[in-house]
Design a protein around this ligand. Structure first.
Ligand code: GDG
Length: 448
């Protein structure tokens, strides 16, 4: 079988194990275990200048080839254009986006540097799979360097309506860059329709025909096994004892303004204020590992959340009960799986999310005999695969409070049937199926 080349902004460090927050590494794990692969991208390290030649490390059949980013490139390409312009725009938050020509030039420069460093490593029959918004122009750069391989692109985050996307300066260039790819994957049908519309509006009708939705999933079985096994772990047992039989609500999100955390905390406050029967009977644990902590908007969000936690606990706590437990450190995956299994409610309310794997992990972690209830934002890509979830508008704290009350008081028969409706597709549409479907579309693409 030919080699698979994965290109992504971040390459996992093969020497690091344990708690890693981030969807892509988790989703690709199984696909990469089965085939010779090259994983190419940024090392996560910052140097004086961006390296011209990658450092290569082999681990089994996977070679990791990484470049250090220069300080200026890190600021312009990563913090500036990727996180400061594209991330908010793609999540429908134009008001949070800023644009500078220097950042934009840095973004294009790093894409060109990545292509120049990757080309010498490529074999003529490689299949190349480029991931996410950091790398829109990479395929076009590779084509300019003469690459004839199959190249696919997958966007992990949402794609907004074309009019909104094109408000970002130079957006048309990014759309034109996408025409270099043989297959352009997005998470949901809405994203596909938006992207097709945007491409058509800039005269890229051919590329529009190569856009497809491939909803990403998780490998449910190993996660279920992890969650079951976690119940025997010391950390899990200590946590259970600390709850003293109170119902647990769990939230797990990178600390990001797209995840709707202030509104969610407000919604929980409304639950305690409006539905008094739950007072002293429920504990909400929010795990929110800090991400992009060096960006001002993220630091501001963190301060806002600190305030919310103080306000909610200050207003509602009893001497022997803190209603909200909040941690900004990452939790090891097996422990997290155990916490999810214990939780009566999984609370997942992003304002926008490409997919949201936490929602699927929560379903996979449940005990089929006594499952909990998923409360899910109607703006997460995962909605179309999780028909048993209680849907909420994440901007409406009262709706969140009402859904929490409904979830906490739901009878076991309804919990089981709602969970079953979700579990069917979580089991069926796993990470492996996602890779298979994307790659079979891509590898069939040039044969036509
Ligand atoms: C992007 C898109 C899309 C979180 N905290 C901890 C921890 N996590 C793990 C979760 C989950 C992953 O990180 C997060 O994945 P999500 O899908 O929820 O969100 P993003 O990171 O924003 O991912 C998203 C995804 O890409 C894949 O395409 O679904 O829409 O935004 O697996 O469990 N893991 C551990 N400790 C933590 O504290 N171990």
């Amino acid at each position: 079988m030919n080699r698979l080349v994965i290109v992504a902004n971040r390459v996992p460090n093969p020497r690091e194990r344990g708690a890693t927050a981030g969807g892509l590494a988790v989703a690709l794990k199984d696909a990469l275990a089965r085939r010779e692969a090259l994983w190419f991208g940024w090392s996560g390290q910052i140097a004086e200048a961006t390296a011209a030649e990658p450092e290569e490390v082999r681990a089994g059949r996977i070679t990791y080839a990484t470049l250090d980013l220069g300080r200026e490139d890190y600021r312009r390409y990563y913090q500036g254009f990727s996180n400061g312009s594209l991330w908010p725009t793609l999540h429908y938050r134009l008001g949070l986006a800023h644009f500078s020509r220097e950042d934009h030039a840095g973004y294009r420069g790093v894409n060109a540097a990545f292509a120049a460093a990757l080309v010498p490593l490529l074999r003529p029959d490689d299949t190349i799979w480029v991931h996410d918004f950091h790398l829109f122009p990479l395929g076009a750069e590779l084509r300019r360097a003469g690459c004839r391989q199959r190249i696919g692109f997958f966007l992990h985050v949402p794609f907004p309506p074309g009019g909104l996307f094109c408000a970002l300066p130079r957006a048309e260039e990014l759309l034109a860059d996408l025409a270099a790819y043989d297959v352009i994957g997005v998470q949901a049908e809405d994203d596909a329709a938006n992207l097709r519309g945007a491409l058509a509006s800039v005269g890229q009708g051919d590329a529009a025909a190569r856009v497809f939705a491939f909803p990403i999933g998780i490998e449910a079985e190993p996660f279920t096994a992890l969650a079951e096994k976690a119940l025997t772990r010391r950390e899990t047992e200590r946590f259970r004892q600390s709850l003293v039989e109170r119902a647990l609500i769990i939230g797990v999100d990178r600390l990001d303004y797209t995840k709707g955390l202030p509104q969610r905390f407000c919604g929980y406050g409304q639950l305690l204020a409006r539905f008094k029967a739950h007072r002293s009977k429920v504990t909400y644990l929010q795990v929110a590992p800090v991400s992009r902590g060096d960006v001002a908007q993220y630091r501001a969000l963190r301060r806002e959340l600190d305030e919310w936690v103080g306000r909610i606990n200050g207003q509602h706590a009893e001497p022997d009960w803190a209603p909200l437990r909040y941690m900004t450190r990452a939790v090891a995956r097996p422990v997290l799986a155990g916490f999810m299994r214990m939780a009566r409610v999984g609370l997942v309310t992003p304002l926008r999310d490409g997919m949201n794997l936490v929602a699927k992990e929560y379903i996979a972690a449940q005990d089929p005999e006594d499952p909990g209830v998923l409360v899910l934002s109607r703006f997460a890509g995962a909605v179309s695969q999780l028909p048993g979830a209680l849907l909420v508008n994440p901007l409406d704290p009262d709706e969140i409070a009402e859904a929490l009350d409904q979830a906490l008081t739901m009878r076991p028969a309804e919990r089981r049937s709602r969970w079953e409706d979700c579990a069917v597709s979580v089991r069926r549409d796993g990470a492996r199926a996602w890779c298979r479907e994307f790659l079979s579309r891509l590898e069939g693409a040039n044969d036509a």
